[in-house]
Design a protein around this ligand. Structure first.
Ligand code: MEV
Length: 307
């Protein structure tokens, strides 16, 4: 193994289509500038993972991920330590588990002297992400690997279409600080869908329509139309039962402070809210005054430096 070695992957934000994407509908997402880095260094004994985030250090699953990733790359799971440095708050909808999977694959590929090509990297990132979530669509590892805006449809392999926003998309992102489980939200929705498939399929079709309207608005630089797509998608997310009073309230605060649209992002149920806001600082300040933590982002056409 060639040590030290390093891998980095982006955090993600889902713009439109979360949850329905698990049921084959399209979604729009983007990689963020903030992300997660894995450094591999020599250390005697079984391979171990050390993290600057206590919630990752105390969780046995990253250790399983490390063993699986090493096996997939034909590397011995010993005599190195993987040090994780994350800029992503865990459990807030920023895709930290997928970013960890992709950054590990990249670090181990560098250590093996054979970095994987993009499709192989994505396939392995998706397989590893299942250590965290039962049946993910694969959109999170795609964002972690791509680091830019894209349209996504799940499949074997998924269809990933990079999108070039005509104008940078200014987002205020708020998260409440109470972590929630994407796996639990996805599982509860599956139960409701099994009981009333026709009703939920129709709602998923409605979400797909907001995704396509949002995609057109993004590439045309029409932020008013993109914001309207956010609001329609949020109403449908509420209808499928993945929103929460807290998310609704944060979305209302953002709209009152001038956002063109606001919705939950990711798994929902107490997670993060995105607001499309020409004046991101003003909207972020209103959200902070409401007790949320905030991040501002400008999504543009770029390929992140990822390795
Ligand atoms: C989680 O970031 C997005 C969900 O749609 C789940 C998935 O696609 O795997 C809720």
């Amino acid at each position: 193994m060639r040590l030290p070695a390093r891998g980095r992957a982006a955090g993600k934000v889902i713009l439109l289509g979360e949850h329905a994407v698990v049921y084959g509908r399209p979604a729009l997402a983007a990689g963020l500038g903030m992300g997660l880095t894995v450094e591999l260094a020599p250390a005697a004994g079984p391979a171990r993972l050390e993290s600057d985030r206590p919630e990752l250090a105390d969780d046995p699953r990253p250790q399983m991920l490390l063993a699986e990733a090493a096996a997939a790359l034909d590397l011995p799971a010993r005599d190195f330590v993987a040090r994780v440095r994350s800029e992503l708050p865990a459990g807030a909808g920023f895709g930290s588990s997928a970013a960890l999977a992709v950054a590990l694959v990249r670090a181990l590929g560098a250590a093996a002297g054979r970095p994987l090509d993009a499709p192989a990297e994505l396939a392995l990132g998706r397989r590893l992400e299942t250590v965290f979530h039962g049946h993910p669509s694969g959109i999170d590892p795609a964002a972690a690997a791509l680091g830019t805006c894209f349209r996504f449809v799940r499949g074997e392999p998924p269809i990933v279409t990079p999108l070039r926003p005509r104008a940078p998309v200014p987002l205020a992102i708020a998260f409440s600080g109470c972590p929630r489980s994407t796996g639990a939200a996805v599982g509860a929705l599956r139960g409701r869908w099994e009981r009333e498939p026709d009703r939920y399929e129709a709602l998923f079709d409605g979400i797909a329509a907001t995704v396509e309207a949002g995609r057109e608005a993004l590439v045309a630089g029409d932020h008013a139309a993109l914001g309207a797509a956010f609001d329609r998608n949020q109403a449908l997310l509420e209808a499928i039962g993945v929103s929460s009073a807290e998310v609704e309230e944060l979305a209302r605060v953002a709209r009152r402070a001038g956002a063109l649209g606001a919705k939950l992002t990711g798994g929902g149920a107490g997670g993060a809210v995105i607001a499309l806001a020409p004046d991101t600082e003003r909207v972020a300040a209103a959200l902070r005054a409401h007790g949320a933590r905030t991040v501002v982002a400008r999504l543009e056409w770029m390929r992140e430096e990822t390795a």
